[in-house]
Design a protein around this ligand. Structure first.
Ligand code: SF4
Length: 350
C-alpha cells in the first residue's frame, strides 16, 4: 500500500457510513410518513446528521426537542439514541402514539443497566456528559448510575460497596480511550466487573479499525460526519492517534479547505455511522477534481447485520393517536403508556 513519490491517491475506509441502527431509524421515519402521512414528529434528531435531518424534514418529519412540543393525538418517534422511561411516560401524558426507533444495541445497554440496578450494583457508565444516549441509559436507573466522562473523572468516583460495581459504556466511544478509563477505574476498584459483552457497538469498532489502518499512511484524513455525531468525532481522534498529520470532520465536500491538501500525497476518507454514502461520493468527486482520483479500499471488516423495523409500524397509529386524544385509549397494544421499556424485534443477521 506504499505510494510511489508524487502519486496522489485516496485511501477509502471500509466499512464506513450507515450502520444497521441508523439505517433502520431512517427507514422507520420514511415508512411512518408513507403509512400515516405527515406530520410525523421525531424527538431529537433521528440520527446525528444534518443532511439526513434536512432530507426527512422536507418529506414531512417534524423534529422537536421535547415531547411536550407535540400536539395531542399525534405520532412521535424516538431516535436511534434511545430515551429514558420517563420520556415514554411524557408521551402517554401527552396522548401521543409512539414509535421507538432506539437502536437494538442501545436497548441492550439499557437492559444491562436495569438488570444490574435490580441486583443493586453501582453502575459506572463511561460516556460523554449531555449525550442523548447517556441521558437515556442513565434514566433507566438514575439511583444506581454515575457517569464517568474519561480517565480524569475517575478520582471523583465514589461507590457504596467496592465489591459490587460494574462498568457499562456509551455505544459510540473510542475503544482505546474507553479501555484507558476502565484501567484507571480498575486500579481504584480492583473488583470492578465488566459488562457481559462489548457495549461499544460493532459499527463503531469497525469504523475505528479501518481508520487506524489508514492513519499511518494518510497524511490527511477527512471524516464525513456532523459535529454532534459522537462516533464521527471519535474517528477524527483515532486518525490522529494512528499517525495522520491532520484529520478533519466535514458535513459536506464544500467545507473542505484546499489548503489542507498542501504537501499531501495520500488522503484518507471515511464517514461516521450516520452518514449517507452520497456525501462521501461528493468528497471523492471533489478530491478527483484536484488530482486525487486514484482510490484504494482499506477494508477492516465485513458487515452483514440488519435490524427489523420497529414493530409499532405494523399498527394503525393514526387511529390509535386519535383515540388517545379523545381519551379512549389506543386500539393497539401497547399504548404510549405501556410502551415504557418496549423493545424491538432485535437484531437479525442478513
Ligand atoms: S452506531 Fe452502533 S449503537 Fe449507534 S445506531 Fe449504529 S449500530 Fe446502533
Amino acid at each position: 500500500m506504499t505510494a510511489s513519490p508524487g502519486r496522489r491517491r485516496v485511501l477509502l475506509a471500509a466499512p464506513r457510513g450507515y450502520c444497521a441502527g441508523v439505517d433502520r431509524a431512517v427507514i422507520a421515519v420514511e415508512k411512518a410518513l408513507e403509512q400515516y402521512g405527515a406530520p410525523v414528529y421525531v424527538r431529537h434528531e433521528i440520527v446525528h446528521n444534518k443532511y439526513v435531518v434536512q432530507t426527512l424534514e422536507r418529506k414531512g418529519a417534524v423534529f422537536v426537542e421535547r415531547t411536550e412540543e407535540v400536539p395531542p393525538g399525534n405520532i412521535v418517534m424516538f431516535s436511534a439514541h434511545g430515551v429514558a422511561p420517563v420520556v415514554h411516560e411524557e408521551a402517554a401524558r401527552g396522548r401521543l402514539a409512539t414509535i421507538d426507533a432506539t437502536c437494538p444495541l442501545v436497548t441492550k445497554v439499557h437492559k444491562e443497566a436495569v438488570r444490574f440496578a435490580q441486583e443493586d450494583y453501582d453502575i459506572l457508565l463511561i460516556g460523554h456528559e449531555g449525550h442523548e444516549e447517556v441521558i437515556g441509559t442513565s434514566g433507566e436507573a438514575p439511583d444506581h448510575i454515575q457517569l464517568v466522562d474519561g480517565p480524569e473523572d475517575v478520582a471523583k468516583v465514589e461507590v457504596r460497596d467496592p465489591s459490587k460495581i460494574v462498568w457499562l459504556s456509551q455505544t459510540t466511544l473510542s475503544v482505546d480511550e474507553t479501555m484507558e478509563t476502565v484501567d484507571a477505574l480498575k486500579e481504584k476498584f480492583p473488583q470492578l466487573i465488566s459488562p457481559p459483552s462489548d457495549d461499544i457497538c460493532y459499527a463503531t469498532q469497525n469504523r475505528q479499525l479501518a481508520v487506524k489502518q489508514m492513519g499511518a499512511e494518510a497524511e490527511l484524513v477527512i471524516v464525513v460526519g456532523s459535529r454532534n455525531s459522537s462516533n464521527s468525532k471519535r474517528l477524527v481522534e483515532v486518525a490522529k492517534l494512528a499517525g495522520s498529520r491532520e484529520a478533519y470532520l466535514v458535513d459536506f465536500a464544500s467545507e473542505i479547505d484546499e489548503a489542507w491538501l498542501e504537501g499531501v500525497t495520500t488522503v484518507g476518507v471515511t464517514s461516521g455511522a450516520s452518514v449517507p454514502e452520497v456525501l462521501v461520493e461528493e468528497v471523492l468527486a471533489w478530491l478527483t477534481e484536484r488530482g486525487y482520483g486514484d482510490v484504494e479500499l482499506v477494508k477492516a471488516a465485513e458487515e452483514h447485520i440488519t435490524f427489523s423495523l420497529p414493530k409499532e409500524l405494523r399498527r394503525d397509529l393514526r387511529e390509535e393517536a386519535a383515540a388517545l386524544a379523545a381519551g379512549r385509549g389506543g386500539s393497539g397494544a401497547p399504548s404510549a403508556a405501556g410502551a415504557s421499556g418496549a423493545v424491538d424485534d432485535g437484531p437479525a443477521k442478513a
